[in-house]
Design a protein around this ligand. Structure first.
Ligand code: A2R
Length: 326
């Protein structure tokens, strides 16, 4: 039962169960699983001082909460929250960087190996009894040996992936908007140049306007008929219809995807393609990591209401000076 002593936190939409329990230990919580603000009474709307969300928070919902001070986003990629709009209203936004970096990097490497060595098909071959009935699984067309991996978005996660892949003996290159001065990996000044010089193009850049459909038909042509695309960033960064065409026509060889343009919907043409590995956005989805993410959301809210400095305000909030309530 809510008490009047704790700030009211609105949990908007589906939310991790451990994270929800943690918020409930610290705050009054109203969980709007339906995402329908019409379910809130006028009085409740006026009392909400924080929102916790995993995914998209419409500006209209933010605007319908007059006492809203802070949005805690569960996840590092916060393209579902308009942090600039929030800043204009004096609302701080936090995300959950770092605590998921290693988990996402592990999954990314697994996805690379699965896609290159067809391990999903090989597993099905063993499980179905085809090995016994029909013989050995065919040799794979590709191997990691001698390959170059091009990373689009060499930030926290990109670097953790690069460090892991180094131990596999592959060459690493990257493209960011700006060249890093603290790494020795070769920099490509454009995404197309990166695709051109890579065998495997791995996207782990944030979503949002600056990367929207950046991996388009031209980039896929540059990657080439022996090229492989891996995406653990955002589905919005890929022109999905162009990718499906490229996979069907052999413009590129294969793709390993953890993220999609319109999750949880995956186009049937994409699901029917054998040269793809499709994961349901699970890169950070272990219970241990999700608990850390949920705790970080709650810690940020606790700090805010205690007048302390936020642990992980997003850059837009930092730029607006929204780093503590005081
Ligand atoms: O562009 P820079 O120099 O700010 O480098 C960032 C790069 N990046 C981009 N690269 C090319 N074109 C863009 N439009 C663009 N926007 C950003 O992506 C930086 O090196 C990297 C992002 O790194 P972090 O901010 O450290 O994020 P983290 O924790 O690695 O997560 C990346 C993304 C999330 O946003 C989720 O979408 C996904 O991984 O899970």
């Amino acid at each position: 039962m809510p008490t009047s002593t704790q700030p009211l936190v609105l949990v908007y939409g589906p939310y991790n169960a451990d994270g929800l329990a943690e918020l409930g230990r610290r705050f009054d919580v109203r969980h709007l699983a339906s995402r329908d603000p019409g379910e809130l009474s006028e009085a409740e709307r006026g009392e909400v001082r924080a929102v916790a969300v995993a995914g998209h928070l419409p500006n209209a919902v933010m605007d319908a909460l007059p006492a809203l001070e802070i949005v805690g986003h569960f996840g590092v990629g916060y393209d579902g929250v308009d942090a600039r709009h929030a800043a204009e209203r004096g609302i701080a936004v936090t995300n959950t960087p770092d605590v998921l970096t290693e988990e996402v990097a592990d999954t990314a490497v697994a996805l690379v190996l699965m896609t290159v060595r067809e391990l999903h098909h090989a597993e099905a071959h063993a499980r179905s009894g085809e090995w016994e009935r029909k013989g050995a699984y065919p040799l794979t067309r590709f191997s990691l040996r001698g390959k170059t991996v091009g990373i689009m978005g060499l930030g926290r996660i990109g670097l953790a992936i690069a460090r892991r892949l180094e131990s596999f003996g592959v060459a690493i290159r990257y493209h960011n908007r700006s060249e890093r001065t603290d790494v020795a990996y070769p920099y490509d000044p454009s995404l197309e140049a990166l695709a051109q010089s890579s065998d495997i193009l791995l996207n782990v850049a944030p979503g949002g306007a600056s990367t929207d459909k950046a991996i388009d038909a031209g980039v896929l042509r540059a990657l080439g008929p022996d090229g492989i695309l891996i995406n653990v960033g955002r589905g919005s960064t890929v022109d999905e219809p162009a990718l499906i065409d490229a996979l069907e026509q052999g413009t590129i060889a294969a793709a390993g995807l953890d993220v999609f343009a319109d999750e949880p919907r995956i186009p049937e043409r994409l699901r029917n393609l054998r040269n793809t590995v499709l994961l349901p956005h699970v890169a950070s989805a272990s219970r241990d990591t999700r608990i850390l993410m949920g705790n970080l959301v709650a810690d940020n809210l606790s700090r805010w209401f205690a007048g302390e400095a936020l642990e992980t305000p997003v850059p837009e909030s930092q730029d607006a000076g929204l780093t503590s309530r005081a």
